[in-house]
Ligand binder design. Structure first.
Ligand code: DGL
Length: 270
């Protein structure tokens, strides 16, 4: 039994940590497409093609269930994957819906019509491709009415994190938050809809101020996955492969991963 986690690069490790803590008995195969990161500046066809190829590599190591631990792939490619590409014995899930269920006070499987919810003003920080897809607004509108979403494409932030330039990353967080607050001065909640951004959650919180609640995507995804596996234990499959895989240079990716996980892991090139 094993599950696959896929991201364009290292950001998905923030999801990996929460999932590994939540379901420690389940082996995880993690794949970062570091060779082709960032995805957030690519067009939809490119993101679809690269995501499918990453998912196929995780099937090759024995996963039946792959989580796109990448908002860009979830926003841009997941619907198309589920509707037109996925074989019947495999599953691919994204990281968007668990977050939206919490914002809209819904439980999984609640398909009742959209209703009014407590939260009215949401700040969304995401990659340019995720913002352009409007997937967040689409998923939200199918569950809630009267919620105003202001989206900020955080150009450059993923590159700075992947390049290990944490000073630039922090400066970019501040300028993107300021740009958003000029358009929506008082959001109630902020959604960090890119798996790289929680690494700078403190900087986001600092720039947003103490009255804005940052939604933690990783824990919500881990809870939702544990719930899914209780309902679908068959999706764990029979393989017990686990490990860290990259399409990039294993040595340099392993070094960068230490900064995120705060422990040594060995990536293997695929
Ligand atoms: N960390 C990914 C996300 O959640 C991808 C960012 C990128 O590759 O641009 O969107």
């Amino acid at each position: 039994m094993t599950i696959g986690l896929f991201d364009s690069g290292l950001g998905g490790l923030t999801i990996y940590e929460s999932v590994a803590q939540r379901i420690p008995h389940v082996p995880i195969a993690y794949l970062g497409d570091n060779e082709n990161a960032p995805y957030g500046v690519r067009d939809a066809d490119d993101i679809f093609r690269l995501t499918c190829s990453g998912v196929e590599r995780l099937w090759d190591v024995g996963c039946c269930l792959v989580i796109l631990a990448c908002n860009t792939a979830s926003a841009v490619a997941l619907k198309r994957i589920q509707e037109s590409w996925l074989p019947p014995d495999k599953r691919v899930l994204g990281v968007f819906v668990p977050m939206i269920e919490v914002l809209t006070e819904r439980r999984w499987g609640d398909h009742s019509p959209p209703k009014e919810v407590k939260i009215k003003n949401v700040a969304l920080f995401a990659t340019p491709a995720t913002v352009a897809s409007r997937a967040f607004q689409r998923e939200l509108a199918s569950r809630a009415i009267g919620v105003d979403v202001e989206a900020q494409p955080c150009g450059g932030l993923v590159d700075a994190i992947e390049d290990d330039d944490y000073i630039l990353a922090e400066a970019l967080v501040h300028s993107h938050v300021e740009a958003l607050l000029r358009r929506m001065p008082c959001p109630e909640a902020a959604v960090l809809a890119c798996t790289h951004y929680p690494l700078f959650q403190a900087a986001f919180q600092d720039a947003l101020g103490p009255n804005v609640k940052c939604i933690s995507q990783a824990n919500l995804v881990a809870d939702s996955l544990a719930d899914y596996l209780n309902r679908h234990p068959d999706m764990l499959g029979t393989s017990s492969a686990s490990g860290f895989f990259t399409t990039g240079d294993a040595r340099s990716v392993s070094l960068k991963a230490v900064r995120i996980l705060r422990r040594k892991v060995e990536f293997e090139s695929v």
